[in-house]
Write a protein that binds this ligand. Sequence first.
Ligand SMILES: Cc1cc2nc3c(=O)[nH]c(=O)nc-3n(C[C@H](O)[C@H](O)[C@H](O)COP(=O)(O)OP(=O)(O)OC[C@H]3O[C@@H](n4cnc5c(N)ncnc54)[C@H](O)[C@@H]3O)c2cc1C
Length: 396
Amino acid sequence: MSRTVIVGAGQAGAVAAVKLREFGYNGEIVLIGAEQHPPYERPELSKAYALGQMPFEKLVLLPADKATEQRIEMRLAAPVVAIDRDKQVVRTAEDEIGYDHLILATGGEGRRIPLPDQLADKVHIVRSREDADALGKALAKAATAAIIGGGWLGLEAAATCKSSGINVHLYETAPRLCARVAPEWLSSVLHDIQADNGVALHLGETPEITDDGQIVSASGSITPDVIVLAVGMTANDSLAADAGLRCNDGVLVSENGQSSDPKIFAIGDCARYVHLGNLRRESWQNANQSAEDAARGITGSPRRNAEPDWFWSKQFKHNIQMLGTCTDAQDAVLRVHPKTGAKSCFFLDQGLLVGCIAVDSARDIGMSRGLVAKGQKVDHAKLSDPAIPIRGCVET
Ligand SMILES: Cc1cc2nc3c(=O)[nH]c(=O)nc-3n(C[C@H](O)[C@H](O)[C@H](O)COP(=O)(O)OP(=O)(O)OC[C@H]3O[C@@H](n4cnc5c(N)ncnc54)[C@H](O)[C@@H]3O)c2cc1C
């Protein structure tokens, strides 16, 4: 009987196991995880879970009984330490497990910056359940938090810290928030959300962190009780690199997730997509889709239809969603819903709808999804009028 081994029992790994069964894989599936917990979703770790507003059980994706039901053998708290590609085995501290196909779903680690050792207790990176527990505990006795990094994770951490009732300062080297991934319109919306909720924003500032725990920047200095590092992620690709697979802060893969060894796939945060110009995609959607792509590849099922990229964030009471391609290079059309103040910004490329950012208007994302996927021609003026349903803006 053939066997697929999945290394990494996080979101992508769990979804890959389930999808393999869904696509009719009848061989053995062994899902090996370094953590002691069953696979769980991470997005709420920096939001409701850290604030103690969501039980861990709600995050669990693949409980033990569901795994057994689907004939998925889960081995937890058993980090894989090596891959032997000649023998087609992976090794844990205690075992050697053979594979016909191997899926790497090892995720990543929050990036660190050099900091004085004596500050270790104050410094938090949120990646795992334990990290979020530690942050939640620290916030309960803190008066001031400093967030280093103004990307999505930094903004969510700022909202979580502020919601626990403390002073929050956020430092970002770039002159605007989420500059790497967001157009200027969204940066400015995010700025308002944070500032209106009392987060002190220090943009264009790279602070110095002194040995005695002061954060010193052009705008002054503070001594926080909690420091959250949110300065990006590095892929867990050392297993793959040590096994001689092509890697570059991520395992280099083709569109269906295949690495430079055709028997080995890489999915989720640890994968870097060659067909997208060597890009990593760190999102909930990509974890699911790339897992499905690998399962399709292994079972010889037809390829999935391409879908526009989608990402969401939650900050304070606001729900922010981004769909498709949203850049400053495109025409932007704003639609404001008068009753609620919710707003969406649509992005057009030569009259074709290619993206949408919705702030508290999830319905606009739902209505745009199909149109963005097809790249439909839309009427600029109609799109800005909230009284006209989005479907009614399509030009025939
Ligand atoms: C705090 C936080 C908030 C987020 N919020 C959002 C959001 O709002 N929206 C959104 O779209 N995305 C969000 N994301 C991103 C999303 O959660 C990730 O893209 C997704 O979890 C990636 O799944 P993965 O399976 O690739 O990696 P992970 O879920 O990180 O799983 C990787 C697993 O592999 C294990 N592992 C690593 N090495 C080994 C080894 N050698 N042997 C065995 N196991 C190993 C790890 O322990 C881990 O359990 C967030 C992420 C974080 C951390």
